[in-house]
Design a protein around this ligand. Structure first.
Ligand SMILES: [Zn+2]
Length: 378
């Protein structure tokens, strides 16, 4: 059996960044030893990677199938503008172009150290790429559209593929009955885009750009009686379900408390700050989530609204959070949300989380810099 002994300047062990740690891994990628040594130089056959050693990361919100839209939509169009632009450019690409872009994005994510992804799909085009990938994908086939009136097609897609299920897109894009059906079709994880912009809440008060767009198109909504997006979620989803709530940029203390009180299952907020920057220039209220002791994880969203799928790029946009905590968002917290913490998300004996080095960090102040990048070792 070949073993590799690996060290960096720092290693993320539990929630701490520690020095002088040697991690030993066998050829099945399982961690078989972690020990602190006085002097790394005296350790025989050690592979030293300058930087910070972390476990493989979990991207808790991605749309791999939209990778072909990289650079196609202007930054700063705002929320409704972005939704309209996607509709306008979506059909300008061939199947081959879409597949090539998704395949390249999958390879880059692997090389950057992504170990597992919760991926949102509207069709089966990229399923082959995901099934052949070294990354572990969980796919949620997403119900979308005010005119959508059956979940059957999505249910059949989910039945044809392992590690897949169905989910509603958001509280503004599906009528009442379909939203409820999408949430009760099975017992898997549910992931909803929630409170990404002011327009979502304003829709329930008949204001904002979403309401104006729907009005122009003649689209009616039968769900506005819930009053707010978070109340709709609480009143439509079984409290025992595990949910991943995506974005939360406009979540208030009241929304977070309401959802915490409702759900007994696990609630994870998947923040995608690069996508929020790209579309609207707004930031998720990280302090509110931290104060509420929420499980916070990170997602990349898609290349339609992000310059990259790098979780390091996303971490860099979050202010005033210690690096060790940011790293836990991208690793163990995401693994917990997917129920994969038994074997992923942490450098711990017996787990096989993959090993990744962050290069170009400021090691004196333990901060990311513009040059910081993640690179897979194992
Ligand atoms: Zn999304």
């Amino acid at each position: 059996m070949t073993r590799r002994k690996i060290a960096s300047h720092y290693a993320l062990i539990g929630t701490e960044l520690r020095r002088n740690i040697v991690v030993e891994v066998d050829d099945s990628r399982t961690i078989i030893d972690i020990r602190e040594v006085e002097n790394l130089d005296s350790e025989p056959s050690l592979e030293f990677f300058p930087g910070i050693l972390i476990p493989g990361m979990v991207n808790l919100h991605c749309h791999l199938e939209l990778s072909y839209l990289r650079g196609q939509i202007a930054e700063g169009t705002g929320f409704a503008g972005f939704a309209r632009s996607i509709g306008a450019v979506r059909n300008n690409f061939t199947t081959d172009e879409r597949l090539r872009a998704a395949s390249a994005a999958d390879s880059t994510m692997w090389e950057e150290g992504i170990e597992a992804v919760l991926d949102i799909s509207n069709d089966e085009l990229t399923m082959g790429i995901k099934e052949r990938s070294r990354i572990e994908y969980t796919t949620l086939f997403e119900l979308f559209g005010l005119g959508c009136n059956s979940i059957e097609e999505h249910k059949s897609m989910a039945l044809r593929h392992a590690s897949s299920s169905i989910t509603p897109h958001s509280t503004y894009s599906l009528q009442d009955q379909i939203f409820r059906q999408a949430c009760t079709a099975n017992n898997s994880i549910i992931s909803i885009h929630l409170l990404e912009s002011d327009d979502e809440s304003q829709l329930y008060e008949n204001g904002g750009s979403l309401a104006a767009w729907y009005e122009r198109m003649g689209w009616r909504c039968d769900f506005l009686h819930y009053g707010t997006p978070s109340r709709r979620v609480a009143e439509s989803i079984d409290p025992h379900r595990d949910v991943v709530l995506v974005h939360g940029c406009r979540a208030t203390e009241h929304d977070i408390a309401l959802l915490n009180a409702h759900f007994m299952g696990q609630v994870t907020w998947a923040l995608c700050p690069e996508s929020n920057r790209y579309i609207s220039g707004i930031k998720p209220p990280i302090e509110l989530f931290r104060e509420s002791k929420a499980n916070i994880a990170l997602g990349s969203d898609s290349l339609a609204s992000a310059r990259s799928l790098s979780l390091i790029d996303n971490m860099r946009l979050i202010d005033n959070v210690p690096l060790s905590e940011l790293l836990s968002y991208a690793t163990i917290n995401g693994a917990k949300a997917l129920g994969k913490e038994e074997y992923l998300g942490e450098i711990a004996i017996g787990k096989h989380p993959g090993l990744v080095v962050i290069e170009g960090a400021d090691l004196h102040n333990l901060r990311l810099t513009e040059e910081s990048r993640s690179r897979r070792i194992i």
